[in-house]
Design a protein around this ligand. Structure first.
Ligand code: HPA
Length: 278
């Protein structure tokens, strides 16, 4: 059997031997949303370290576990802590959790992250709904023998971010008085922040925000036929746009301040996803 698929099915069996909860919506929490678990009526929790073969994150503030439970009536599985490519994991490990959540039953994937703002109309603290992405700078997680059990060799990428989910996000933001920008997210590998010249290049390519996650997960989930949406918290202006040097602490602080509105948008949207999209 393909080694990547073998690892995935091993993780699946390891979870299923303990938890029979079948989620409808999978949520990946980005920086600053780590305590979103408090918004969930928890049915079960499983720390990543308990799952045989699961990649465990090393970044401070990214403690890792799956939370299974309800947001409103929607059955969710939530990743508290994600795995980043810059930690040194093979890209197949980085996307393993997204694939696993689909195998567990989730049909919708909500990706959240912290990003640097490139669009000159963006300010720190803004929220941006992903309408598309640029993945040219991160390795493609589908490289290698195609895993036929998961999807096709050459998946279409015309509309990775689901139109109906985007509509619901936009409407929900409006109803809750939250401003939601739209834009294109570029993933670079990190862990260094970008140089000002790289940000100018990304701007010319049409990117509105930049970060170190999300796109590879979206590619793997799209391969498996998940309906995907993404929300980014623009935590700082990108290098060269911001007058100050960038720090991880600044990003975390901005994410912390934005967290209450981010949670509200996420909760209200996930409730509607459950009601209308499943
Ligand atoms: N660049 C890349 N990743 C980020 C940034 C940034 O400016 N801010 C938060 N995550």
């Amino acid at each position: 059997m393909n080694q990547v698929y073998e690892k995935l099915t091993g993780c699946y069996s390891s979870i299923r031997s303990r938890i029979d909860f079948v989620p409808q919506v999978a949520i990946v929490l980005g920086s600053g949303l780590g305590d979103y678990g408090k918004e969930i009526r928890v049915e079960a929790e499983l720390s990543y370290a308990e799952i045989d073969g699961f990649p465990v994150s090393t970044v401070p503030g990214h403690a890792g576990k799956f939370i299974f439970g309800f947001v409103g009536e929607t059955k969710v599985v939530c990743m508290q802590g994600r795995v980043h490519y810059y930690e040194g994991y093979p890209i197949s490990d980085v996307v393993l959790p997204a694939r696993l959540m689909k195998m567990l039953g989730a049909k919708i994937l909500v990706l959240t992250n912290a990003s640097g703002g490139i669009n000159p109309s963006f300010a720190a603290g803004d929220f941006m709904m992903l309408t598309d992405h640029i993945s040219l700078f991160a390795p493609n997680p589908l490289v290698g023998p195609n895993i036929e059990e998961l999807g096709t060799r050459f998946p279409d990428m015309t509309s990775v971010y689901d139109g109906e989910l985007q509509e619901i996000l936009a409407r929900t933001a409006k109803e809750n008085g939250i401003e939601l920008k739209k834009g294109i997210y570029a993933q670079l590998t990190g862990p260094s922040f970008e140089s000002p010249a790289e940000i100018r290049l990304l701007h010319q390519l049409g990117a509105d925000a930049v970060g170190m996650s999300t796109v590879v997960e979206a590619i793997a989930a799209n391969h498996m036929g998940m309906r995907i949406c993404g929300i980014s918290c623009v935590c700082n202006l990108a290098a060269g746009i911001s007058p100050n040097p960038l720090t991880h602490e600044e990003v975390q602080e901005a994410a912390r301040i934005a967290a209450p509105q981010f949670k509200q948008l996420l909760t209200q949207s996930v409730i509607k996803f459950g009601e209308r999209c499943l």
